[in-house]
Design a protein around this ligand. Structure first.
Ligand SMILES: NC(=O)c1ccc[n+]([C@@H]2O[C@H](COP(=O)([O-])OP(=O)(O)OC[C@H]3O[C@@H](n4cnc5c(N)ncnc54)[C@H](OP(=O)(O)O)[C@@H]3O)[C@@H](O)[C@H]2O)c1
Length: 213
C-alpha cells in the first residue's frame, strides 16, 4: 500500500519504519526534508523518501497525521483538497495542562481534524500508547493474544484499511465505533500517560481484549 507520513518523529518514525519492513511503500510528507526528524528516520530506514507534502499526499492511499496536535489542524487544512477520498489516520493527541484533555473534553481532536479535511475519511488510531509500543508491539508469552489497538471512525471501509495495517504491525484492531468515540480514546491515552509516565508503570504497558462466549 502507498502510505505517507505528516510528521515523522517518535510516533511517525516508528510506524513508518515498521510499515516499510512489512513491505509497504512509505514516504515522508516533509515540510523540511533536512529537518532533524526526517534525517533521523532516514538514517534508521534509508528507503523512506522525503517528498513535498502535496506530492506525497497526492500519491498516497493512506496518510498518517503524526504532528504535534497544535500543528494538526493547520497541516490538514493546507492539504484538504488533496486529502479528499483518502484515509487519514489521526495519531495526534490534544493534551492540556496537568494531563487534561486539550479541548476541555468537549470535542475530540479527531473531529477537529475531520472538520479540517471534510472529504477525507479520518480514523483515530495509534494514539493510546507511548511510541515505545509503536517501535516494538511484541508482548511474548501470551500465546495468540495480541495487544489491542482501538480505532474509531465514521467510514467502515477506511477503518477496515487501518485495521489491516494494525494487524500487519502486530496489533489486534478493535473498532470502538464512530469518530466521536475518539474523545474516549483520547481520555484513554491520558490514562495511559498517567499510569506509564507518571505513576511508574513504565511504557511496556498495553491493553488487550479478552472475550468469552
Ligand atoms: N510520543 C508518544 O509517545 C506519542 C504516542 C501516541 C501519540 N502521540 C501523538 O503523536 C503526535 C506526534 O508525537 P511525537 O512524539 O511523534 O512528536 P515528535 O517526535 O515531536 O515529532 C513531531 C513531528 O511533527 C513534525 N512537525 C512539528 N511541527 C510541525 C508543523 N507545524 N507542521 C508539520 N509538521 C510538524 C516534526 O517535524 P520537524 O522535524 O520538521 O519539526 C516531527 O516530524 C502528537 O500529536 C502526540 O500527541 C505521541
Amino acid at each position: 500500500m502507498n502510505l505517507t507520513f505528516l510528521g515523522i518523529g517518535q510516533v511517525g518514525g516508528a510506524l513508518a519504519i515498521n510499515l516499510v519492513a512489512k513491505g509497504h511503500a512509505v514516504t515522508i510528507a516533509a515540510r523540511d526534508p533536512q529537518s532533524d526528524s526526517v534525517r533521523a528516520a532516514q538514517q534508521r530506514e534509508p528507503r523512506l523518501r522525503a517528498l513535498p507534502p502535496a506530492e506525497a499526499v497526492a500519491a498516497a492511499e493512506v496518510v498518517f497525521l503524526a504532528t504535534p496536535y497544535a500543528a494538526a489542524e493547520a497541516t490538514v487544512t493546507a492539504l484538504a483538497s488533496l486529502l479528499a477520498g483518502k484515509v487519514l489516520v489521526d495519531c495526534t493527541n490534544p493534551v492540556g495542562p496537568g494531563l487534561s484533555h486539550g479541548l476541555g473534553s468537549t470535542r475530540s481532536g479527531a473531529e477537529v481534524v475531520q472538520s479540517a479535511a471534510p472529504k477525507a475519511s479520518v480514523v483515530k488510531a495509534f494514539t493510546i500508547y507511548g511510541f515505545e509500543n509503536f517501535i516494538d508491539s511484541a508482548y511474548p508469552g501470551y500465546g495468540e493474544l495480541r495487544p489491542a489497538m482501538l480505532l474509531a471512525g465514521d467510514d467502515a471501509a477506511a477503518k477496515e484499511t487501518v485495521a489491516q495495517l494494525c494487524t500487519h504491525l502486530g496489533w489486534e484492531p478493535v473498532d470502538t465505533g464512530p469518530l466521536s468515540t475518539s474523545l474516549h480514546l483520547e481520555h484513554l491515552t491520558l490514562l495511559w500517560i498517567k499510569m506509564a509516565r507518571v505513576q511508574g508503570h513504565g511504557p511496556n504497558l498495553v491493553w488487550a481484549r479478552l472475550r468469552r462466549a
